[in-house]
Design a protein around this ligand. Structure first.
Ligand SMILES: [Zn+2]
Length: 341
């Protein structure tokens, strides 16, 4: 099969890879219907994380081609969506709703789903079947549920977004934008998007942002305070993962408020005394997307939400290198990779 391999920073190639086969009775193999490039794939692309001929990709939707003997709930032919973390969905951590930290977790990034086929560990726990075969125009939205929508949704839930709340969103990538969509769905009264890119501001407004703040750092914080009677937002979504974005989130939150942080943390160090006196709640980490998948799939199936619009560039898998370049140069927010029939 064909699949994406990153050989080093900026060096993405599509190569022949062995087609996966069932290795454990709880596995499934899916034929991908679509896959995509994640903002977090840019960390190794830019040299911030090491790679060595690494298979890439952790988002996926597709059709089950083969199942192991112990798989009971997922059937061959099902159209399925799964999270970027495979989980058994039965351990105590999964049952508490934190499937991305399952005691048997397998990172789908270690498997590499930017490919024609993918092995799915813990198929019964990981995969959620859609109510039927989706119309083609629903596929991008279902693919978004695999990570960016589920992550934005978790961030909003972790930030205790709800009716009457003012929400600020730090980060205007796909996760931040879909955090806005989630905040709107969860009933937020006011949603402040922090973005300085006109196209992303427009998308933010279409998802429900009521205010846009272009300033960042201390100036951004000051602007959020101005918009909230000097108090700060009730709920803040952090969707970047840098020192600046994390501090911007903490300082934009009112005492007693909540921060949902889902940007993959890179060299973030929190000053203890400032954190202590801020009086804010911090909750985040790798989003337990699996917790939200049944609800999100239904919202998409019923056409209540369309997170698929975050994909603003669609390319064949073979052109993955151009997709990485486009995201790196911010010519694209998120790139969908199509597969041959
Ligand atoms: Zn588990």
């Amino acid at each position: 099969m064909r699949g994406v391999i990153m050989h080093g920073p900026g060096d993405v190639r599509v190569e022949d890879r062995p087609k996966p086969t069932i290795t454990r009775p709880t596995d499934a193999v899916i034929k991908l219907a679509a896959t995509c490039i994640c903002g977090s794939d840019l960390w190794p692309y830019r040299g911030a994380d090491g790679v060595d001929a690494t298979p890439m990709g952790h988002e996926y939707v597709g059709v089950v081609e083969e199942i192991g003997d112990a798989v009971e709930h997922i059937k061959v032919g099902d159209f399925v969506v799964g999270s970027f973390m495979a989980s058994d969905n039965t351990c105590e951590i999964c049952q508490a709703g934190y499937q991305s930290r399952c005691v048997h977790v397998v990172s789908m990034g270690s498997i590499g789903t930017q490919a024609e086929y993918a092995l799915i560990p813990h198929a019964d726990g990981t995969l959620v079947a859609t109510p039927g075969q989706p119309d083609p125009d629903l596929v991008p939205a279902l693919l978004a549920a695999s990570d960016v929508l589920g992550t934005g949704w978790f961030a909003a839930v972790a930030a205790e977004v709800g009716p009457g709340k003012t929400v600020a969103v730090v980060g205007d990538g796909a996760v931040g934008l879909l955090g806005i969509l989630a905040a709107k769905e969860l009933g937020a009264e006011r949603i402040i998007a922090m973005s300085r890119h006109a196209d992303r501001q427009e998308l933010a407004r279409s998802f429900g942002a009521t205010d846009i703040v272009e300033e960042r750092g201390d100036a951004g914080v000051a602007r959020i305070k101005e918009l909230t009677n000097g108090l700060g937002a009730h709920s803040v979504i952090e969707a970047v993962g840098t020192q600046e974005s994390m501090m911007q989130a903490i300082r934009s939150t009112r005492p007693g408020g909540h921060i949902g942080y889902v940007g993959v943390s890179h060299d973030v160090e929190l000053p203890g005394a400032e954190l202590f006196f801020s009086g804010v709640h911090l909750h985040g980490g790798p989003a337990p997307v699996r917790r939200f998948l049944p609800k999100l799939i239904q919202l998409i199936w019923d056409r209540e939400i369309d997170p698929g619009v975050v994909f603003d560039l669609t390319l064949p898998l073979e052109d993955a290198a151009e997709g990485y370049r486009a995201m790196d140069e911010r010519r694209a927010t998120k790139v969908l990779l199509t597969l041959g029939a």
